[in-house]
Design a protein around this ligand. Structure first.
Ligand SMILES: CC(C)(COP(=O)(O)OP(=O)(O)OC[C@H]1O[C@@H](n2cnc3c(N)ncnc32)[C@H](O)[C@@H]1OP(=O)(O)O)[C@@H](O)C(=O)NCCC(=O)NCCS
Length: 189
């Protein structure tokens, strides 16, 4: 497994860390907030159509203000989302990565989704964010987490497999894989 190319320093608040990449770039990891909605919209504009399709599984040309607000409004109980935001003045800082988990209404499981900007991919951040979501899910008492991944999304499928997820065809659609991790089994660390 590739060694992570960053350091992470806890900031003394839950889920908040200062991340320094090996090229010197700095990011702040923290829970998403309602005030991030406009920043999320701006960051969405930097994504390629392919990245949007991998993350949202259908084409979208913009993130509406209403959807952005919804994605940024998480209560930390029925849903949880972490962002990696550039350490720049607030008006300039873009969101470089998002990992989120939505707890099912009818059961002790949650659905994840994640995206890491191509600017900072292949440095271990995707794996690190997934591990944070797993840690949160364990603390929250979930029994399993799952996600739907396009079959062509080799990077994400490889990442999940290496973290112990089981992969298989989903009932949802041909061309979509269901990835699952039971949290009562041995951990991924
Ligand atoms: C998939 C994604 C999250 C990976 O993020 P990342 O920060 O680059 O991932 P990491 O650097 O932590 O890599 C972890 C593992 O993923 C796999 N991986 C990541 N990118 C890969 C690539 N381009 N090709 C092959 N495998 C890849 C590898 O197994 C890698 O482990 P290794 O470095 O030990 O080989 C990122 O490519 C992305 O955001 N893609 C678009 C959105 C998306 O597909 N979201 C998933 C839907 S839920």
């Amino acid at each position: 497994m590739t060694q992570p190319r960053f350091s992470a320093i806890p900031l003394g608040r839950p889920w908040c860390q200062a991340i320094q990449l090996s090229d010197g770039r700095r990011l702040l990891m923290r829970p998403i907030q309602p005030a991030d909605a406009k920043r999320l919209q701006r960051s969405f504009q930097t994504l390629t159509p392919q990245e949007i399709r991998m993350r949202f599984m259908h084409p979208m040309t913009e993130l509406s203000a209403e959807f952005a607000q919804r994605l940024c409004t998480v209560d930390g109980h029925s849903a949880f989302a972490l962002i990696l935001v550039e350490a720049k003045p607030p008006a300039k800082a873009l969101i470089a990565a998002v990992g989120r988990l939505a707890v099912d209404e009818d059961g002790p499981e949650g659905e994840f989704a994640i995206i890491v900007s191509r600017e900072v991919q292949r440095q271990g951040l995707g794996r690190y964010l997934m591990q944070q979501l797993i840690d949160w899910a364990r603390e929250r008492g979930l029994q399993a987490i799952y996600g739907f991944i396009l079959s062509e999304n080799r990077p994400m499928l490889a990442l999940l497999k290496s973290m112990g997820f089981t992969l298989g065809p989903s009932d949802e659609d041909i061309g979509i894989e269901l990835a699952q991790l039971r949290l009562d089994a041995t951990g991924t660390r």
